[in-house]
Design a protein around this ligand. Structure first.
Ligand SMILES: [Zn+2]
Length: 58
């Protein structure tokens, strides 16, 4: 069994997405800004407020 993460996965922190409420598990990419990570995905991040702002593609 291979694993790229050292340590137990059970010790990984997790918190619910502020938009959809799903638990999102800690990712290595979020190590630096875990406290600022509020959304589980880019879709939820855009979905937080799509009423007043008009987003452009790209
Ligand atoms: Zn979400």
């Amino acid at each position: 069994m291979k694993t790229t993460f050292k340590g137990n996965k059970q010790s990984l922190p997790s918190k619910p997405c502020t938009v959809c409420g799903r638990d999102k598990t800690w990712r290595k990419a979020w190590a630096k800004n875990w406290d600022q990570v509020l959304y589980c995905s880019e879709a939820c991040r855009k979905n937080k407020s799509n009423s007043t702002q008009v987003a452009k593609h790209g």
